[in-house]
Design a protein around this ligand. Structure first.
Ligand SMILES: NC(=O)c1ccc[n+]([C@@H]2O[C@H](COP(=O)([O-])OP(=O)(O)OC[C@H]3O[C@@H](n4cnc5c(N)ncnc54)[C@H](O)[C@@H]3O)[C@@H](O)[C@H]2O)c1
Ligand SMILES: [Zn+2]
Length: 360
């Protein structure tokens, strides 16, 4: 078992990574069980494969458990779905002592975390991520939130979980496309923070997509988790440091919004976003052409869906309404080399347009 601590004073917690950890949840959570309500948040397909067994096992060990199933799409992260959740929690007689378990990918994690942050002014919750993306990224760091019509994650809270419990065996049922999408975030960690890890991932891309090597998977998850935990410890509330995790996301979020979340997975959008940010890095960040080649080669080695036609001006327009815009300027996280970032905010639209044409 790997165990990684996120040190945040009284909000500190542990991230545990172990095969079949889900079968020991009653032991891991046992010391917290004092007769309160435990609510499993999930989505129907995940609950069917894993949730039902977890719920039964917890009940057998005297946990008072109920479940709430969220819509199986990004729509679950909305204020209207929150309203329905709060009503259900009241119907279940939940109170301040209730504990939530987020069993799912980033959508379930973000929605559960937001419900936990806001219900009765805050209750405890645990992240039990079931997608690779949630394991390496969204379950860690306490960023929770929902979307508005005008953009993603525009309403939210920083609310840390009590622990993140990662069982890589959940990945056995994950569609390959979701794995590829998560590799977008994995490549990102290497690109912004750790050149050796970047090279290691690039050398093992095919192996990782195949998912046959469970030790390799666990090592990669452990490394990403450790890198993210370190950043979160130093910058819990997203000042300059944590913002480097947004490499590839300025363009990525705009593409997600333009095409709709069903056409493009989050990580796929980030992969395209990193291609554009990489090109801009050569012009404005000091990235060498060789390093850009390395970045684009590892991205293009992944089976990405080709982008439907899009209007570059509209993408730029969407970017300028993004959260990352400060004083009217779009903030770009760029690379100065593989493993190092710079923040640049004076990129003019003409340059942006040129770089976006690269993926058009
Ligand atoms: N909070 C953060 O810091 C943070 C960071 C990155 C992304 N996010 C958010 O995460 C979301 C994306 O998360 P995601 O990529 O995990 O997608 P997701 O949660 O939509 O999951 C993808 C699909 O896989 C299914 N699924 C989940 N686990 C499965 C399993 N083990 N087997 C079979 N199917 C399974 C889900 O039901 C869903 O249909 C976005 O909303 C994004 O904004 C948040
Ligand atoms: Zn992301």
């Amino acid at each position: 078992m790997q165990s990684i601590n996120v040190k945040l004073q009284d909000r500190s917690y542990t991230i545990q990574i172990q095969n079949d950890l889900r079968l020991r949840l009653h032991e891991i959570l046992g010391s917290k069980n004092s007769g309160q309500q435990w609510i499993i948040f999930s989505q129907k397909p995940i609950f069917k494969i894993y949730g039902e067994a977890i719920e039964s096992m917890l009940r057998e060990h005297n946990f008072e458990v109920k479940h709430i199933l969220l819509e199986n799409s990004e729509n679950a992260k909305s204020l209207s779905s929150m309203e329905a959740i709060y009503s259900q929690l009241i119907d279940f007689s939940c109170d301040r002592s209730s504990i939530f378990l987020a069993l799912g990918g980033g959508v379930v994690g973000d929605a559960t975390g937001f419900a936990a942050a806001t219900f009765m002014r805050g209750v405890d919750y645990y992240q039990i991520p079931t997608t690779l993306l949630a394991m390496v990224d969204s379950s860690i760091g306490g960023k929770t939130g929902v979307n508005l019509d005008s953009g993603k994650n525009l309403v939210g809270a920083i609310w840390q979980p009590k622990a993140v419990l990662i069982d890589s065996n959940f990945l056995a049922s994950l569609p390959k496309r979701e794995v590829v999408s998560a590799l977008g975030e994995v490549i990102k960690y290497g690109a912004i923070l750790d050149e050796d890890f970047f090279n290691f991932v690039s050398d093992n891309v095919e192996n990782l997509i195949g998912m046959g090597n469970s030790q390799l998977l666990q090592d990669v998850i452990g490394k990403c988790v450790a890198l993210k935990a370190k950043i979160v410890e130093q910058d819990e509330c997203e000042g300059d440091l944590r913002r480097i995790l947004n490499f590839g996301h300025t363009v990525g979020h705009a593409l997600e919004k333009y095409f709709g979340f069903d056409i493009l997975r989050h990580g796929e959008a980030v992969l395209y976003g990193m291609l554009v940010a990489g090109k801009l890095s050569v012009k404005f960040g000091g990235l060498s052409s060789q390093d850009y080649e390395l970045l684009s080669l590892s991205i293009l080695r992944l089976p990405l869906p080709s982008l439907p036609k899009f209007d570059v001006d509209e993408i730029i327009e969407i970017m300028s309404t993004d959260k990352k815009v400060k004083d009217g300027k779009i903030n770009f996280i760029l690379l100065s080399k593989i493993g190092e970032t710079v923040i640049v905010d004076d990129i003019d639209d003409r340059m942006l347009l040129q770089s976006l044409k690269l993926i058009q």
